[in-house]
Design a protein. Structure first.
Length: 90
């Protein structure tokens, strides 16, 4: 059974309706113990932020292999040598 948004593939209508209602109930802050206004705000916000972050990570991982990479490096010793020979900071 695969869940994609509101669509459920590979399940009967009765199973998909039960699964969707179970998913909806698990993210409702109103049924959490120790209900408070802070819980309502944090529960909903955390879910939205996490979903947005996961979507963004998928986008970046998809396009990263299409982007040509150029690696530029410098030796750390060269930077230290130049700093040692530089005039004192005024």
């Amino acid at each position: 059974m695969i869940v994609f948004g509101n669509l459920v593939f590979g399940a009967s209508q009765h199973q998909s309706a039960g699964l969707l209602s179970a998913l909806i109930l698990t993210i409702r802050p109103s049924i959490m113990p120790k209900l408070s206004l802070m819980t309502l705000a944090r529960g909903a916000r955390q879910f939205v932020v996490q979903e947005a972050l996961l979507g963004r990570q998928e986008d970046l991982s998809y396009f990263s292999w299409l982007t040509p990479m150029t690696n530029m490096g410098a030796s750390a010793l060269g930077a230290e040598m130049m700093t040692l020979l530089a005039p004192p900071f005024k």
